[in-house]
Design a protein around this ligand. Structure first.
Ligand code: NAG
Ligand code: NAG
Ligand code: NAG
Length: 383
């Protein structure tokens, strides 16, 4: 500071310049202080697994936002509790994250992935006033800091984008009154399903779920989340999607790239047809704990991958694994670091982690528990 002062005196510049200089210093300080987002999801179904993950066990993680996934809605615009666990202990338990993570923001997700989103679509279209009120009351009742509207869609014809834009506008005004925040989750598959300008204007966070560019109903072997595009099999990528969103007016400081913690798995038609783009015959076997075909938690597969062959592609920044008729796409430490670098290089708001309970919850893999959010934490705090 004394150097700055001397320089000012020597150059004989007046107070205006000093103020400008101070403003610059303050700006720099606030840039350093502005932390990248790490938006971590918790799926309440994990409380029902054989080896459950309950919200309390997330207290050791270092996320900036936590999203409780989630609650449903009725077509009439009321909140619908999806599991008795939520009201019995889940919501309360989730609040305990605040004890260790005092600055974290706690959100609840209005889900659409469990019923194809029809109720939410109908409520937004026909009962939006009621839904806005239901959300506001619910957030206060259970002490959430915000709501995330899940508008990941499996088809771009699924809902009316202008109805969504109007709803988000209304909800924003209502939430201002009670000092609550608003996030929207969107799918990277269908950019034209959204009014990007409005979402960017009214939402505090846009969580771009940048994986599964090929619908899970299609049996084509696909990388979970190629960072860059390559023809003919990875035409859509994280980068191509982000570029589209930014070109359409999305604000960088609201856009989080959501990373998938889990493995996406396929069953091959034959062992020699295992290149990306080849046809499989269906999803891989369900995991012993998570019990969903086509998906494995990181802890369910990491220690077996050494028995698999693997192919890493530098153009798309992906790695896939194969063994017999099993084919698996999962983020590696390397592909994750490339995505984190991309977020910093492009000055995006941060990342999401979908979901914590599908990550390495108990350090089975040996790189530390909840490795993905932790890697983001280390990467974002050390630069
Ligand atoms: C979160 O950060 C703290 C402090 O850096 C660290 O001690 C802790 O191990 C981190 N949590 C996890 C899950 O690694
Ligand atoms: C949709 O809402 C109706 C009530 O309007 C409810 O009975 C039904 O269970 C809901 N469906 C889902 C899948 O949430
Ligand atoms: C990222 O996407 C943009 C727009 O499609 C493209 O111009 C650019 O080359 C891409 N970057 C890479 C490394 O592929």
């Amino acid at each position: 500071m004394s150097v700055v002062r001397n320089w000012l005196n020597i150059s004989g510049l007046g107070r205006k310049m000093k103020c400008l200089c101070l403003a610059l210093v303050l700006t720099c300080l606030s840039v350093v202080a502005a932390q990248s987002n790490i938006v971590c999801y918790y799926d309440n179904r994990a409380a029902g697994y054989g080896t459950p993950t309950v919200p309390r066990s997330l207290s050791s993680t270092n996320c900036t936002h936590y999203v409780y996934d989630g609650v449903g809605v009725t077509a009439q615009g009321e909140i619908r509790i999806l599991s008795s666990f939520d009201t019995a202990s889940g919501f309360d338990d989730f609040q305990s994250i605040r004890r260790t993570n005092t600055n974290a923001k706690l959100y609840v997700l209005l889900v659409s992935d469990r019923d194809g989103g029809k109720n939410l679509t109908n409520a937004i279209a026909g009962r939006s006033e009621k839904l806005v009120n239901s959300v506001a009351i619910f957030l206060e009742q259970y002490n959430f800091d915000g709501v995330e509207i899940d508008r990941r869609t499996s088809s771009k014809d699924e809902f009316d984008k202008s109805a969504l834009a109007r709803f988000v506008n209304r909800l924003r005004s209502r939430l201002y009154m009670i000092n609550k925040q608003l996030a929207v989750s969107v799918s990277a598959q269908f950019n034209d399903a959204y009014d990007i300008t409005s979402l960017s204007l009214y939402a505090d966070l846009i969580n771009l779920h940048a994986y599964n560019f090929v619908a899970s109903t299609v049996n084509t072997l696909a990388n979970l989340a190629p960072l860059f595009s390559s023809t003919p099999n990875n035409v859509v990528s994280v980068n191509s999607t982000v570029t589209t969103w930014l070109a359409a007016g999305a604000r960088k400081n609201k856009l989080n790239i959501v990373l998938a913690t889990y493995a996406r798995t396929y069953t091959l038609a034959s062992e020699d047809q295992r290149t990306v783009g080849a046809r499989g015959i269906g999803p891989g076997e369900a995991g012993a704990n998570t019990k969903r075909a086509g998906i494995l938690g990181r802890y369910e597969i990491c220690n077996q991958l050494s028995e698999y062959g693997s192919v890493s592609d530098t153009v798309t920044a992906t790695t896939h694994y194969f063994k017999g008729k099993s084919w698996i796409s999962i983020e590696t430490e390397d592909t994750l670091v490339q995505k984190l670098t991309y977020v910093l290089d492009n000055a995006l708001a941060g990342v999401g982690v979908f979901t914590l309970d599908l990550d390495d919850t108990d350090n089975t893999c040996g790189n530390g528990a909840y490795r993905i959010s932790e890697l983001a934490h280390q990467y974002f705090t050390t630069g």
